[in-house]
Design a protein around this ligand. Structure first.
Ligand code: NAP
Length: 361
């Protein structure tokens, strides 16, 4: 099979580096273009990331000599790739404009940025949950007059740690109408260099700008439906979130209390639903799909970031501490790898889904 040529914009950053690490031996995609800010443009990739390659594995040889383009210059990507993974850190309005401009030029844009998460015809995908939302793309193309271009986005990284377990229960007919979530989010979620050491060591910061709003609103779109080429948000769940930055390198943890409307499952049934949960990415055997999307730990002190974040290519969600809640019905702890499942790996899985559905060719 000829590999699909892909570009990464924001390739020098935390998420961008994860893309390159994960795409180095990808069976379907080949990175043929990298871009970043004008500060990095024109340099060899190896030089552009000198002293700031943050991965724990060496920079793959195949990327060292790629010349970094200017992410703002769409012309320099033309002819080099057909898919753009977007991980630029820019002002929201500029990202909105830039991603639409790439799609208008025929690129399939898969983005980690929050700019288009609430654009009415842009799917925000967690492939195990709302893979059917990808089918808005024909309506999106028609709306913008695009022939080959498309735009799909990933939700906020913290959602991955608890939303798939919630979805698995909903899918079995259990209606959850209220959730309280307290996240403990890793430093890597803030990009490099992130918050100052002095703020983080020996400390917890009980504020991450915009994060609580994203945690409360994005699930409603993901659980929503498509009507006349637009997303209708699910209004049946109320979510209250507390988001904290903690001194962990990778892995977002979420403590979740959930309340059911109507009948509620027994604890052993919840465990069974979670352990047996699979979805379209598993059925299609997509290269980045975890074989078991939800892993249940039965020890009293799991999941933990250092011990559980890398499960199944760092793409699985690990849950544990499922127990009765004195206020709602049940509570549990969820954990996922924020820069893999929550960022680059999750977006690569989205691109694989879009390829399997033949929106990317
Ligand atoms: P980062 O480490 O700060 O990297 C930012 C990237 O954007 C770098 O490649 C940088 O290039 C580029 N950039 C900065 N200014 C630019 C400009 N004016 N024009 C073009 N490119 C520019 O950030 P990150 O953590 O990788 O995050 C990237 C995006 O993903 C953000 O939107 C973030 O919210 C989102 N995200 C992050 C995570 C996570 O866990 N970290 C998870 C989900 C989503 P230079 O190196 O040349 O400056």
């Amino acid at each position: 099979m000829n590999k699909i040529k892909v570009g990464v914009i924001g390739a020098t950053g935390m998420v961008g580096q994860n893309y390159l690490r994960l795409l180095a031996d990808h069976p379907w995609f080949e990175v043929t273009y990298v871009a970043a800010s004008p500060r990095s443009a024109g340099r060899r990739y190896e030089e552009a990331v000198a002293g700031r390659w943050l991965m724990t594995t060496p920079l793959p040889d195949q990327f060292k000599d790629l010349i970094v383009g200017d992410a703002g210059d769409i012309n320099s990507a033309k002819g080099k790739c057909s898919v753009i993974f977007s991980a630029v850190s820019l002002d929201k309005e500029k990202v909105k404009e830039l991603e639409l401009a790439y799609a208008a030029e025929g690129f399939a844009v898969v983005s980690n940025n929050s700019a288009h998460r609430h654009t009415e015809n842009v799917p925000m995908l967690i492939p195990e949950i709302n893979h059917s939302h990808a089918d808005i793309i024909p309506a999106q193309r028609k709306h913008y007059g695009w022939d080959k271009g498309l735009l799909a986005v990933k939700p906020n990284c913290s959602l991955q740690s608890y939303l798939t377990p919630i979805h698995a229960l909903r899918e079995k007919g259990y209606q959850i109408d209220r959730i309280i979530i307290t996240t403990m989010q890793a430093i890597s979620g803030a990009g490099y260099p992130g918050p100052a050491t002095y703020d983080l060591l020996d400390n917890v910061v009980p504020y991450i700008g915009g994060e609580e709003e994203k945690t409360e609103l994005e699930p409603l779109k993901i659980f929503g439906t498509i009507k006349e080429g637009k997303f209708i948000y699910d209004q049946s769940i109320q979510i209250s979130a507390h988001c904290n930055r903690v001194p962990v390198i990778d892995g977002h943890t979420a403590c979740v209390s959930m309340g059911f409307k109507g009948k509620r499952p027994e604890i052993n049934e919840i465990v069974e639903i979670w352990e047996n949960f699979t979805s379209l990415p598993q059925l299609l055997d997509l290269p980045s799909a975890p074989r078991q999307p939800i892993i249940v730990r039965h020890e009293v002190d799991r999941p933990q970031p250092r011990r559980d974040r890398d499960m199944d290519k760092a793409m699985a969600v690990t849950v544990g501490r499922l127990r009765e809640c004195n206020v709602f019905d049940y509570r549990f702890v969820g954990l996922s790898h924020n820069t893999v499942r929550g960022a680059a790996g999750g977006a690569i899985l989205m691109a694989e889904l879009l390829t399997a559905k033949e929106y990317i060719k």
